[in-house]
Structure formats: C-alpha cells, structure tokens
Design a protein around this ligand. Structure first.
Ligand code: ZN
Length: 302
C-alpha cells in the first residue's frame, strides 16, 4: 500500500460566486428567516392571548395601573370619578349597549371619557374603552354614538385587545432576546408601552363593524345612521381620492369601504336600513364644550 500526503483541492472553502453575491444571498435568507420568526411569534402570541381568561386580562391591567402610578406616569387604566351629566349619560348608554351585545359578568366595559380635542376612540385590555371629546362633538345622533361604542366594545368582547397585546408582546420578547439587543427595561413599563401601540388587523376591524351593526339593530330595530360614523371619518380624513393601493396597505379598512360594508351587511342579513334616528340629549353639545373637573389641582377641593 502506498500512502500519500495529498493536499486538499484548491478553493473548497470559497464558493465560485462573487463574494458580494454571496453576502447578498446570506442577507436575503436572514431577512426571510426574521420575517418568518416575526410572523410566527405574532400568530402564536395572538393565539395565546385569546385563551387568557378575561379576569386575568383585567388583573394585568390593574397591575400595570399600579406600576405606572408608582413610577409617576399617567395610567390609561386609572379610574376617573363620574361626576358630570355627560359622563352619566355616556355610562348609562354604555350599559344599554352592553346589554344589547350580551356582555355579561365577569366581562365588563370600563368607559373613560377624555376631554381632549382628539378625533379618536380606542379599546385597551381589561375592557377599558376611551372616547375622546373631539370625536363625540362631531357625532350627528345617538345611533352613530351607539355604533362607535359597540365597535369598540366588540374589540373587547371578541378578545381583539388581548390577542393584539399577545402578538405584540411575543414579537417584542422575541426581538429583545435576539443577540445584540440588551435594553429590555422594566417589563411592566414596556408592556404598558406595548398596549398603546396595539393595532388590529383588518379582519378584526371588519368583525367589530359587523358586531357593532348587530348591536345598533338590536337597540333601535334598524341600522339607519350607523354608517354615518364612517362618513364622518371620511370627511375628517378627506379620503375621497384615496387610491386602491392604500386600501391594501392600510390596516383599517377605508371609510368608504366601511360605508359600503354597512349597506352590504344590512342587506345580506335582512336588517332594516330605514327608521327614525334618535337625537343626542339636547345639552350634549353644551356638556362637551364645558371643561371637566380641573385635575390634580390642590386648591380646588370642595
Ligand atoms: Zn376598531
């Protein structure tokens, strides 16, 4: 037997491709892998969020509230005293909407009114729903207000809020434990930050519109006026000339699409689109233009 000490062939450690091409190929696959991991975490987190009992969701909101207050930050879960006719009216109407929607204990909505001039409303975990002065003062009638409430309450009832937080949290934790990322911060505070950036998928928005519409029908016997809420949004955003690609990119369905959806859904479910509109209380506009209590003012005790 004749043994030889042969050298390995040349170039087995360097591929035949250009090094830049090789680099781009690696970057490409790394990005694909990251996107895949992100989508997977998003999905798994959402699923896990959906099985969390409402009582736990509420307990977490309370814990965050305490953590925020202790670190001297504003808490979105802090309870305001109900001491104005506007808040009394909103809470009474919210109770009726909850009954129509079959929202029963242990699930319950905690309604917050903010006198900030912002055209917005949103739902957070634990059943906390915010309505802003800027949006309320543009509502043409009670039917639109009920549609707004029922849409936001649906995000709670369908567990969208907790699913959204589950998805966001899973992605945030996944990204935080990736190498090179060392700043996680206080878990409670980052969790709280996560809450305010939660966005729902378009499917969730459509489901909430659908459920909202059913509530309006149950309360008034027709859905007339429900679509006015989206018409108001459309005017506000000046969306008349939006392009098709924007519909695709946006997570919120376009307001024009939502108006069409109301008509389509009402037709397909046989819901009446004719009926008298219910006016808002006569003092509603006055209530909205009156500033609420002066917050944290020591000289104002009575
Ligand atoms: Zn929504």
């Amino acid at each position: 037997m004749d043994y030889q000490n042969r050298l390995p062939p040349e170039g087995i450690n360097t591929p035949g491709r250009h090094p830049l091409k090789e680099f781009l190929r690696l970057v490409f696959f790394a990005v694909i892998a990251l996107v895949f991991i992100g989508l997977l975490l998003n999905f798994v987190g959402g699923r896990l969020g959906g099985v969390v009992p409402f009582a736990v969701e509420r307990w977490v909101a309370e814990k965050i509230d305490i953590a925020l207050v202790e670190s001297a930050q504003d808490s979105p879960f802090a309870l305001d005293p109900i001491d104005s006719p506007l808040e009394e009216y909103l809470h009474e109407l919210a109770a009726r909407v909850q009954t129509a929607m079959g929202i029963e204990k242990p699930m319950a909505i905690t309604l917050h009114y903010s006198d900030e001039d912002i055209v917005n409303a949103y739902a957070l975990i634990g059943g906390h729903v915010y309505l802003f002065n800027g949006l309320l003062k543009q509502l043409p009638h009670e039917n639109a207000l009920v549609m707004l409430m029922a849409h936001e309450f649906s995000h709670v009832q369908l567990r969208h809020t907790v699913k959204g937080v589950g998805s966001g949290l899973a992605v945030a934790v996944g990204m935080a434990i990736l190498p090179g990322n060392s700043t996680v911060g206080s878990p409670m505070i980052s969790f709280a930050n996560q809450l305010t950036s939660t966005r729902f998928s378009r499917g969730m928005e459509s489901d909430a519109d659908e459920q909202g519409l059913m509530a309006v029908e149950k309360m008034y016997g027709h859905v007339n006026g429900a679509g006015d809420l989206f018409e108001l949004f459309m005017l506000q955003r000046g969306e008349d000339d939006q392009r098709d690609w924007e519909t695709f990119l946006s997570t919120h369905p376009l307001d024009a699409d939502r108006i069409e959806f109301v008509e389509f859904y009402a037709l397909s479910k046989g819901l009446s689109q004719r009926g008298d509109l219910t006016a808002l209380p006569a003092q509603f506009a006055t209530w909205l233009s009156t500033p609420l209590r002066v917050k944290n003012s020591p000289g104002n005790a009575d």
